[in-house]
Ligand binder design. Structure first.
Ligand code: SF4
Length: 205
């Protein structure tokens, strides 16, 4: 039986699949709303769908997804228990970076997904995802450092695709996943982080 939260999440997914609010709907094969259970306590937010995600309508199913699956498995995290989505729900042409106006028009879907799922920990994968929470930070400085904002923990990481393009980052991503495991086990404590006032207005997801 579908409960209210499941229905609310499915409604968002349906809205994303039908969305034509930005130009990215023109070139998409499928929109990619998100994947995972509504009661997930751990949420991963990437940047935008790539070729394989666009074909299948499911996030993280290409090479970066296979690396993410490997990292999850190594950390003893069942992918079926986590919710995975992206900041942008439709593939930008040629996998270019999302434009700021595309991000602005699409992120209300993400805000609603976070509100419905209400995860304890949000892992941001990549710069665009991290910048929603920490706009003036550099991922090279803050990756792997959990931060608590308004009773929710944010854990910034490099995007798995970055490690595929730059093999020297692979060990960094693997080490950050070890730190994520430690965080989930209560062996790593997040720092309190007070966002600057203009960031607080963004609702921080
Ligand atoms: Fe709609 Fe987001 Fe897709 Fe743009 S990227 S068409 S806002 S779902």
């Amino acid at each position: 039986m579908v409960n209210n939260r499941e229905q609310a999440l499915e409604d968002i997914h349906a809205q994303v699949r039908a969305c034509t609010q930005c130009q990215l709907h023109v070139g998409r094969t499928r929109a990619v709303p998100g994947d995972g259970p509504v009661n997930a306590t751990l949420m991963f937010i990437g940047e935008a769908p790539g070729f394989h995600e666009d074909q299948q309508g499911i996030p993280f199913v290409g090479a970066a997804g296979r690396f993410l699956n490997e990292l999850l498995q190594k950390a003893g995290i069942d992918r079926g228990t986590v919710y995975i989505t992206n900041v942008i729900k439709c593939r930008p042409p040629g996998n270019r970076d999302p434009l700021i106006e595309e991000v602005n028009v699409c992120t209300p879907f993400l805000d609603q997904q976070i509100k419905i799922i209400s995860p304890q920990v949000i892992v941001t994968l990549g710069r665009h995802s991290m910048n929603r929470a920490f706009p003036d930070e550099k991922i090279s400085i803050v990756h792997g450092q959990p931060r608590k904002v308004n009773d929710r923990v944010y854990f910034p990481m490099y995007h798995p695709a970055a490690a595929l393009h730059q093999p020297s980052l692979r060990s960094t991503v693997e080490a950050d996943f070890d730190r994520l495991r430690a965080l989930l086990d209560g062996k790593l404590t997040p720092e309190d982080f007070t966002p600057p006032p203009e960031v607080e207005q963004l609702s921080l997801f």
